[in-house]
Write a protein that binds this ligand. Structure first.
Ligand SMILES: Nc1nc2c(c(=O)[nH]1)N[C@H]1C(S)=C(S)[C@@H](COP(=O)(O)O)O[C@H]1N2
Ligand SMILES: [Mo]
Length: 238
């Protein structure tokens, strides 16, 4: 090895070390897309009195331009997607309610795309049975493909005709209205197709079902002064 190339290798090695030191969360998808020092966390104040914010852990706000959705696992064509590209996928809008297993619910108009649009690009392998979502706050959730392909399931980048706020899951979240809110991961960093079912964060730490379908019982809608009403299970349609 000549002296020049030796020095060049040392410089490259030092640069790589520097990059790994300064990367705030290298355990995540491997991108450096955090901005500023502000943090997003659980909130129930101000306007969020009418739509609570649930986050397992606080995390630094995400910069949309450098964020990439990493799609990996059991698919033929794994790749990373920018928000710009995802926003060009065929769009769908739906009004639906998030029902948290802690009782409250709240409703919004959501806009995004179907998993089928992503499948068409990455081509899941025949043995893929579901997707594991990894989120910015280290939350994880698993959803079977059958549920992800349901006509009410949507990958969402807009809420009430505006880009998703950091609080509600910017840049991308899942919406599955017939399951409790914990099955709708927010601030998604990675989607990994799996050939075996997994469990998510919430049903590991709480007494909550893996399936998460809304059970018959009661609801306290935040948009109706939490007035208690009976629900029969599945999606709440108003
Ligand atoms: N990344 C992430 N997504 C998450 C959660 C979380 O803690 N982290 N909580 C879930 C729960 S329990 C609920 S009820 C909904 C709430 O959505 P909202 O915060 O937009 O109201 O987010 C879900 N998605
Ligand atoms: Mo929840």
């Amino acid at each position: 090895m000549g002296r020049r190339s030796f020095i060049r290798r040392i410089i490259i090695a030092l640069a790589a070390l520097g990059v790994s030191w300064f990367r705030p969360t290298k355990a995540l998808a491997g991108f450096n897309f955090w901005r500023g020092s502000e943090y997003v966390g659980k909130t129930r104040e101000g306007k969020y009195k009418h739509f609570y914010i649930q986050y397992y852990k606080s995390f630094k706000r995400i910069e949309g331009e450098s964020w990439r959705l990493k799609v990996s696992g059991a698919c033929e064509n794994p790749q990373n997607f920018s928000l710009e590209v995802l926003k060009k996928l065929p769009r769908q809008t739906q009004v639906s309610r998030i029902k948290c297993v802690e009782c409250w619910s709240a409703k919004a108009e959501w806009e995004g795309f179907r998993l089928a649009a992503l499948d068409a690009i990455v081509r899941p392998l025949p043995d893929a049975v579901g997707v594991l979502f990894r989120c910015a706050d280290t939350y994880i959730e698993y959803l079977p493909l059958d549920d992800l392909h349901h006509t009410r399931s949507l990958l969402v980048h807009s809420m009430n005709a505006a880009p998703l706020s950091d609080e509600h899951g910017f840049p991308l979240r899942m919406i599955i209205p017939y399951k409790y809110g914990y099955k709708s991961p927010k601030a998604i960093l990675e989607m990994e197709y799996l050939s075996q079912a997994e469990r998510g964060t919430w049903n590991r730490i709480g007494p909550y079902s893996v399936d998460g379908t809304i059970l018959p019982g009661y609801d306290h809608p935040l948009d109706r002064e939490k007035k208690r009403r009976k629900i029969s299970g599945g999606e709440i349609f108003d």
